[in-house]
Ligand binder design. Structure first.
Ligand code: PGA
Ligand code: ZN
Length: 403
């Protein structure tokens, strides 16, 4: 059996930041699949580039899809994901996908996988598992829930990009209920303390801080207020490249070198149950990651800008002991096959995968299907009260409810 590609369409929709986003729809073998492509703001320098018009629109990207990609893929078998993705890469022909854009390529690539599953009449997760055999990290993913936003996702807030709770429950439904409970407690706490706040890109709150510990202190008190100390630990995305320049890290008004920044993190770990730390140092400083991970074996150091969902970078970081887990974002690399290769490289190194949203999101929940299909360590999708984030957690709950 094969599922011949019959039609590929591209549309412009809006993402959660009200910027143009790409929707790709593929028809193959009587089945249909689509993908609504998200978009990052605090991007790694080695990420696949987005193709956008000068005004941010997607006319060029849509034209690429309908005029170049579609004719090359008509009649091809959607079940042969690797061959489809190789064709996409050959058509683009650049290392960072700047010609056609990672957004165009991932839109087609994921829509093809969904169309193939639909044509076969199997759940997407079944189809995904047949595309790649990736050992599970865990039964059900931890939810990495970003409740206090900062950095490039928030104006007037902490230099640290994300202050998260990480759920410990095995049951995603119970985990999500806990996340909602802590989020409510946080909002109540801020009201009680008369601390004015705004909302950041990922649905978390934003408020001014005096140093690196303020937001973790507030978050931890919200956890205590919710009575959830045994149900969650804390996590963070430092996104340190965003406050690094000329050899110096500038964090909430203070300047630090690598050793001093490590000491700041060390103090946070002493004071709070901070167990997960993403991108603690600049994306080019693998040795700093490795030294910090070696000194704090009980903390899970995570690569994102460091590794950009790229197999070779993950292998290098894993070999050097720089990380215990890695963020997986399909649009960071540009095709589904390369995403799966990155996940396989991680598991070879004993590095856990965390499926992640982007700060500019759509209502698409593909990352939840990925997290379920491959049993990843985590699903990172922002705050429960933002609907484009909640749909990812809801999809995960639905998948675990059905099995
Ligand atoms: P981005 O942020 O989507 O803006 O890149 C998410 C992250 O850094 O993890
Ligand atoms: Zn990140």
């Amino acid at each position: 059996m094969s599922a011949c590609i019959e039609n590929i369409e591209a549309f412009q929709i809006e993402d959660s930041r009200k910027r143009p986003a790409l929707r790709v729809v593929v028809h193959a073998g009587g089945g249909e699949g689509s993908f609504d492509v998200p978009s990052g703001a605090s991007t790694g320098s080695r990420e696949a580039r987005e193709l956008r018009d000068p005004d941010g629109g997607l006319t060029k990207a849509m034209r690429c899809i309908t005029e170049e990609i579609a004719p090359a893929l008509f009649g091809r078998d959607a079940e042969k994901q690797r061959l489809i993705d190789e064709t996409l890469l050959a058509l683009d022909g650049t290392p960072l996908k700047e010609r056609m854009g990672g957004n165009s390529l991932i839109g087609v690539s994921v829509a093809v996988a969904r169309a193939a599953a639909s044509a076969r009449g199997v759940p997407l997760s079944t189809h995904l598992r047949e595309l790649a055999d990736i050992p599970r990290s865990r039964h059900a993913p931890h939810l990495f829930v970003n409740l206090i936003n900062g950095g490039k996702h928030a104006e007037g807030g902490s230099s640290i990009q994300e202050h998260q709770i990480v759920t410990l429950d095995e049951d995603p439904r119970a985990a999500f209920v806990t996340a909602e409970k802590v989020e409510r407690a946080l909002h109540e706490l801020l009201a009680e303390e008369q601390r004015p706040f705004t909302m950041g890109d990922e649905g978390g709150v934003v408020f001014p801080v005096t140093d690196a510990s303020t937001a973790f202190e507030v978050l931890f008190r919200a956890v205590q207020k919710a009575g959830a100390e045994k149900e969650v630990v804390l996590g963070s995305d430092m996104a340190a490249s965003s406050f690094f320049g000329n050899g110096t890290y500038t964090l909430s008004g203070s300047s630090y070198d690598t050793a001093q920044l490590s000491e700041q993190y060390h103090q946070l770990i002493q004071r709070y149950p901070l167990t997960f730390i993403e991108d603690p140092f600049d994306e080019n400083d693998v040795p700093a990651f490795a030294a910090f991970q070696a000194a704090h074996p009980g903390v899970v150091v995570i690569g994102d800008d460091l590794t950009t969902t790229t197999a070779a970078a993950i292998t290098e970081a894993g070999t050097k002991g720089a990380i215990q887990a890695v963020i997986i974002k399909p649009n960071q690399i540009g095709t589904l096959s390369e995403t799966l290769a990155a996940m396989q490289a991680a598991r070879v190194e004993g590095v856990h995968c965390i499926m992640s949203h982007r700060s500019g999101e759509t209502m698409d929940a593909f990352i939840a299907d990925m997290a379920y299909a491959y049993g990843t360590l985590g699903l990172k999708a922002g705050a429960p009260s933002a609907r484009e984030r909640a749909v990812k957690y809801q999809r995960l709950i639905e998948l675990y409810g059905n099995h």
